[in-house]
Each structure stands twice: as C-alpha cells, then as structure tokens.
Design a protein around this ligand. Structure first.
Ligand SMILES: Nc1nc2c(ncn2[C@@H]2O[C@H](COP(=O)(O)OP(=O)(O)O)[C@@H](O)[C@H]2O)c(=O)[nH]1
Ligand SMILES: [Mg+2]
Length: 199
C-alpha cells in the first residue's frame, strides 16, 4: 500500500516482481543493487548464496530501495520477488501481495519459456483477482528479459500472447544491466503519478 507521510514528504510503495522460474527476477534485483548507489540499499535477502554460485535459491526475496526525489517527495520502494508456486500460500500473499502498488512481469524471451510466461502471468492475474484486486488497473511493466540469447521469441509474438501492447513494456538483458533500472523507473513513475493525481 502506498504510504504517504506529508510531514516528512515521503512516499513508500510496494512493487512485486513476478515471472516464471528462471526468467531473471533475482538477476533484476542483482542488477538494481549494482546500479543504484550502494549507500541507498539495504539488502536483506541471501544474495551471497546466489553470488557464491550455490544452487540454493531463495523463494522470497525482498529488496528495499531509495528511488530519490520526485516533485519534492522522497520515494522509497519495497521490491519483492517470489516463486510462482508460492502464490497459493496465504502467508506469501500476506507478505508480498497485500497492499501491492504495482508489479513487474519478468518474461523469459527463451522460446521454450513462452507457455510458462503465458501461464504464470495468467495465474498471477487470477491470484490478484481472488484478492479483490483488478490486475489490469494497477501500475505494471511487462519486461522481455534475456534479449541477448541467440534465439529469442519475437517481440510482436510476446506482446500478442502476453497482452502487453496495452501496458508499458521494456526489453532487458538483466545479466548485462540493460533495461532493469528503466523497468523499475517505469513502474515507480506510474505509481507516483497515480498517487499524486489522487491528492
Ligand atoms: N543470457 C541471460 N541469462 C539471464 C538473464 N537474466 C537472467 N539470466 C540467467 O537465468 C538464470 C535464472 O535467473 P534468475 O534471476 O535466478 O531467475 P528467477 O528464477 O526469475 O529469479 C540465471 O542463470 C541467470 O544468470 C539475461 O538477461 N540473459
Ligand atoms: Mg529468483
């Protein structure tokens, strides 16, 4: 839930990263960690395990970030990423989805992941519907990650099957820090604009 403290001019928001397993959610967070000023970041999740090449992957990741100032407001965001199969668990929904302000759908451009992309986005929208949230009305960005692969699904096809022509979308190669900050900026700008429009 967006939380605005008018006295200290602060805006806090909650952004959830979703996408099929292996699409690059963790890699987006690692890229954001690298790209934003280190002193602004408080990594809580076990990134070290990831960096040391261990096979264990965290199921739920949380990354608080300071996004700077927008129209005089100091903006911070809590980013969450979690494995799709945890959505059915109420505790995960409580932590990660209650009060969601916007989401990033990280799609995998590997052609073999096309169906997983479609199913994951469909299931995520259904989960939000179940929680009384209209997933088509909240700020969102569809990210086409892994554009560096030698063979990728054509953008037009991905737009078509993911219905993303109606939403802001972004090409990315998270492993090369391309498109990751742009994605975060796009979803957070939508959230802030929407909030400020209601004041
Ligand atoms: N070639 C390529 N590999 C990527 C990219 N983004 C992520 N990966 C790799 O894909 C695998 C899964 O990424 P990860 O971030 O763990 O996926 P998650 O399950 O969505 O968190 C890892 O080996 C990543 O290094 C990308 O843009 N290009
Ligand atoms: Mg991950």
């Amino acid at each position: 839930m967006t939380f605005t403290n008018f006295k200290s001019s602060e805006i806090h928001c909650k952004i959830v990263y979703v996408g099929p397993r292996g699409a690059g959610k963790t890699e987006n967070f690692l890229s954001i960690l690298k790209s934003l000023n280190k002193e602004h970041l408080v990594p809580i999740i076990p990134y070290q395990a990831h960096e040391q090449g261990k096979t264990h992957k965290p199921l739920l990741e949380h990354l608080p970030v300071e996004l700077g100032e927008h129209l005089g407001y100091k903006v911070s965001a809590n980013l969450y990423a979690f494995s799709p199969y945890l959505w059915s668990q109420e505790i995960v929904r409580d932590i990660a989805l209650k009060g969601i302000d916007g989401f990033v759908f990280v799609a995998d451009s590997d052609p073999s992941a096309l169906v997983a992309n479609i199913e994951t986005l469909r299931d995520f929208r259904a989960t939000l519907t179940h929680m009384g949230i209209n997933s088509y009305e909240i700020p969102q960005v569809i990210q086409y990650n892994k554009r560096d692969l030698p063979v990728v699904s054509p953008l037009d096809l991905m737009r078509d099957v993911l219905g993303s022509a109606s939403f802001p979308d972004q090409k990315a190669t998270a492993t090369q820090d391309t498109g990751t900050l742009e994605t975060l900026r796009s979803v957070s700008t939508q959230i802030i604009d929407r909030l400020l429009a209601t004041l």
